[in-house]
Design a protein. Sequence first.
Length: 80
Amino acid sequence: MIAQSDNRHPGDAEYLAAAAALCEQTPRTAQDHAFAIGDWVNGTSGGKAWSGRIVAICGNRIDVEAHMAWLTVDARDITH
């Protein structure tokens, strides 16, 4: 884990960029990540960041209660 700037090594930035690109290119499904009702998640949908608790799962569509509202998001929108 790279937690402090004085702990960095050559190649860390390239590694992190490559890991982030892989995550963006890999399709996510609710089954791949074993989301469960009650899990706290966050993500971005339509350019808007959100966080909340999962209240229902239907395939790749996940209902999240966030800030006194319900959102239906795609599993790919969840960053964790």
